[in-house]
Write a protein that binds this ligand. Structure first.
Ligand SMILES: [Zn+2]
Length: 458
């Protein structure tokens, strides 16, 4: 199975070949844990979770090492701590827990490694020392800066030339840096701010050096895949490349992948604009995590995706159809069958989730049409294998339908039980009356040898 991935660095879709197929490495920039994540922030962990699942499928469960960090020291975190009068640790651990719970509800697998920036400061200091020794960084009273002029390659990921950077750069508060495009590796500590000691003066790391150092520490470089949101290409990923490659003399990552924005009414979802919705709010409104996940996967990861209730309604309907097929086959023992090639190939084609979802729909139809036991066993196995790769159908089908009916589920259960009783007593008029009442509520009852189950009518 050949995987092809679009590489931001070469601006092409390329066959993917890990440097060591028994140790495939990927890194995704994780959250800055100062505030609740919105659903746009959930897009990278969800789409790259599908990549993680695909790589494990192709190279083996234990052959893929996936690291995703927590940025738990940053200007925004310090500002939030001062504003709320709460210690930094308290904010970051709280937000971290909430983030983990939110994306777990979206069926995101736990990455192999989850380093925290504050636990890797010595590794950051070591990279900065290397850069100073090589003349790629310099020390001034406000901190340590990377010298963009010392890096001929600077701008290769974002495609910006040095001239463009000069024209576009704005001088920030620190006016002791030599060039407006130079960026902070280390910020000298100000009173009341957290700080770590270092040979070049006490302070704290800049955001970009955190990822460079954690990649080196957790995975070693070059890594196979580095991914994140499209807004990280410049300056964050450009600067990660500049630091790591200047320090180590070899590429940081061979493939760079970036997912598109989430928009709301065609405007980028962002905290600063205020047009955000959080997974937490959606879960509170009664949407299931899997519905949010399916909605996020309904567009190709590189394309922008407009978020609205209609998108969630459509996702819910599609999942109901998948769960309906699983419920129909609930007593069938699945055969030994893998996800069909057409489905896996869709994902292997630069994570084409819309094409994979179309293939999945064919599998649902097969499962619904299967009559012979052997056909049913194969259809169920293929459905389970394919949905596992996409990270859906992870719930029990009966629980799924109960959950989507919320408070009404208990009433429906009672009606179904009454109908079973009426049938046992051969009171078919009453049994039909209850069936019609349930139909009026959008519920379909399915009778089998082992009892009656119900689902949302398709
Ligand atoms: Zn990063």
């Amino acid at each position: 199975m050949e995987i092809t991935l679009h590489n931001t660095l070469t601006r092409r879709k390329e066959p993917f070949a890990p440097s060591d197929p028994s140790r495939v490495t990927m890194y995704v920039c994780g959250p800055t844990v100062y505030n609740f994540a919105h659903v746009g922030n959930a897009r990278p962990p969800v789409v790259f979770d599908v990549l993680f699942r695909l790589l494990r499928h192709v190279y083996g469960e234990n052959a893929v090492i996936y690291a995703r960090n927590y940025t738990d020291i940053d200007d925004k975190i310090i500002a939030a701590s001062i504003q709320r009068g709460v210690p930094i640790d308290e904010i970051t651990r709280d937000v971290e827990r909430q983030y983990d719970a939110d994306i777990a509800a979206l069926n995101v697998l736990v990455p192999t490694r989850r380093p925290r920036a504050t636990e890797n400061v010595p590794a950051m200091v070591a990279v900065i020392e290397k850069l100073i020794a090589k003349g790629a960084a310099y020390v001034v009273p406000s901190g340590v800066y990377f010298s963009v002029a010392a890096d001929e390659d600077y701008g290769k990921l974002s495609g910006r030339s040095q001239d463009e950077l000069k024209a576009g750069a704005r001088v920030e508060g620190e006016d002791d840096k030599r060039h407006p495009s130079d960026f902070a590796l280390w910020k000298a500590s100000k009173p009341g701010e957290p700080s770590w000691s270092a040979p070049f003066g006490a302070g704290r790391p800049g955001w970009h050096i955190e990822c460079s150092a954690m990649i080196e520490e957790e995975l070693g470089s070059p890594i196979d895949i580095h991914a994140g949101g499209v807004d990280l290409i410049f300056p964050h990923h450009e600067n990660e490349i500049a630091q790591s490659e200047s320090a180590h003399g070899h590429p940081l990552a061979r493939v760079w992948m970036h997912n598109g924005f989430l928009t709301m009414d065609k405007e980028k979802m962002s905290k600063s604009i205020g047009n955000i919705v959080t997974p937490h709010e959606l879960l509170d409104e009664g949407w299931q995590g899997e519905t949010i996940r399916y909605a996020l996967l309904s567009a190709h990861y590189k394309a922008p995706l407009d978020w609205n209730d209609d998108l969630l309604d459509q996702a819910q309907k599609s999942l109901d159809r998948i769960y309906g097929a699983a419920l129909r086959l609930k007593d069938v023992e699945p055969a030994a069958a893998d996800a069909p090639a057409a489905f896996v190939q869709a994902l292997a084609d630069d994570l084409n989730t819309p094409a994979a979802i179309a293939e999945l729909s064919v599998l649902v139809t097969n499962a619904n049409n299967a009559r012979k036991p052997a056909e049913q066993a194969k259809a169920k196995a293929e459905l389970l294998a394919a949905t596992n790769l996409l990270g859906v159908l992870q719930d029990d089908p009966e629980r799924w339908f109960r959950a989507s009916f919320g408070d009404q589920a208990a009433e429906i259960d009672a009606l179904v039980a009454e109908r079973v009783k009426a049938r046992a007593e051969k009171n078919y008029a009453e049994s039909d009356r209850i069936r019609d009442e349930l139909a009026g509520r959008g519920v379909e009852v399915m009778d089998s040898a082992t009892g009656s189950t119900w689902r949302r009518k398709g």
